[in-house]
Design a protein around this ligand. Sequence first.
Ligand code: FES
Length: 133
Amino acid sequence: MQPTDQNLPLIVDSLQVEESQSIESPGEPAQPGFRSASIHFVKEGKEVVAANGANLRIKAIENGVDLYTFKGKLVNCGGYGQCGTCVVEVVDGLENLSPRTEFEARKLKNKPETYRLACQAIVQGAVSVKTKP
Ligand code: FES
């Protein structure tokens, strides 16, 4: 069908129907595998949207958030859980991170439960973190 002035309203109506059927329509069940997570970096005032399952350290680096103190910049292990310099304090949404790893249990044994190594933390929902606590 060639668009003409007469059938243009029909075409516009069909486009509106397609828009209302998008995956973001309220009431439509969420599609598995497409969940997103958000990370709020409190000190930096940055809100980052990430895929569910994203690594906290990688998302920080990708978004220009500095995790490391001066010493950490010199000696960090590159994300292998060995140096303990990527520590963050989770101020909200601790339940939306993966459980502490063995590396974290060792490196953070004298720190509060809310402290995590960013390189070991997998984001699974909304979290707020403070860098360099
Ligand atoms: S970067 Fe070394 S422990 Fe996270």
